[in-house]
Ligand binder design. Structure first.
Ligand code: HEM
Length: 270
């Protein structure tokens, strides 16, 4: 009976927890154990690939909702929502002239409430708004000032990437709105300085008699994969929307977060 009691005490939740924490598997993943001191808490932050992007210490005043509006965090959350729902949409959507439009109709009509597509679409609108508000907050609190100028620069690229994600996603439903919106939008690329065939400086790029920048060798042509919005453009926009831009944005977000830490954490009210 006493042996049975002994065994039972070894199986108690606290003893089990202790045994797990002492096991080689647990210690190979979590090196520090339970973070019950400031030093251990710091080691946990430094030793974890995700947590090490965060500052080890944060000022309470700096993370007040009143100060940050949590707009950077909400933008990141929306990016994750978009990545997840976008991945699900990729299982059903085919970026070809034959299927693109009908696949989107199916995603709207056949799926209850068109839920996947609607979350992705509304999430995209919300992300554009939240990144704009985040930039506004950073500007109003003067958080772009030294030592945070570099992170402001990274943020500007993130803003452009967010807008490009919206722009490339716009074509994918392949309806009239999409086609004409991208026709208008991509026509602006004609006027890119030096890179657009109607832009300033294009005439200067010549090799003897050959004009190096014409309507089949300029920025618009590279974007559309042709001289008009067609199958080439749909495929390019799809690849940029689903792979190219999210990869660059994800990488720059990691740099953005890591840099907040290097700059001494969130600025906080003066
Ligand atoms: C996808 C876009 C972006 C994401 C996910 C993002 C995320 C974040 C997060 C989570 C923070 C921590 C503080 C907070 O939540 O307010 C932050 C801070 C910061 N962000 Fe962004 N951000 C983005 C775009 C931008 C843009 C467009 C700018 C400016 C042009 C910018 C400039 C900064 C700066 C300077 C800080 C430090 C602010 C401080 O120390 O008070 N970010 N960002």
């Amino acid at each position: 009976m006493s042996q049975f009691k002994d065994l039972l005490s070894k199986l108690s939740p606290s003893a089990l927890g202790e045994a797990i924490q002492k096991s080689q598997v647990y210690r190979s993943v979590f090196r520090v154990g339970v973070p019950d001191s400031d030093r251990k808490r710091m080691l946990v932050m430094l030793g974890n690939v995700f947590l090490h992007l965060h500052p080890v210490k944060v000022r309470k005043s700096g993370i007040r909702l009143r100060f940050t509006w949590c707009m950077g965090g909400i933008t990141f959350f929306l990016f994750l929502v978009e990545t997840f729902t976008g991945l699900l949409l990729m299982f059903y959507y085919r970026p070809t002239l034959e299927y693109a439009y009908v696949d989107i109709i199916d995603l709207r009509e056949q799926v209850p409430l068109g839920i996947m597509r609607e979350i992705h679409r509304w999430g995209a609108h919300a992300m554009v708004i939240s990144v704009g508000l985040h930039k506004f907050r950073v500007f109003m609190t003067g958080s772009y000032k030294p030592p945070r100028e570099f992170n402001w620069g990274v943020g500007v690229i993130l803003l452009v990437l967010t807008l490009l994600l919206s722009f490339t996603g716009y074509l994918l439903p392949w309806d009239q709105l999409a086609m004409w919106a991208i026709t208008v939008g991509s026509n602006m690329a004609r006027a890119t300085p030096f890179l657009g065939h109607e832009g300033p400086g294009a005439a200067l790029l010549r090799l003897g008699d050959i004009n190096l920048v014409n309507n089949t060798s300029d920025a618009r042509f590279a974007l559309l994969g042709g001289t008009f919005v067609g199958e080439g453009a749909l495929l390019r926009f799809y690849v940029l929307h689903c792979v190219g831009l999210p990869l660059v944005a994800g990488f720059l977000m990691a740099v953005h977060f890591w840099r907040i830490r290097r700059d001494g954490g969130i600025s906080g009210p003066l």
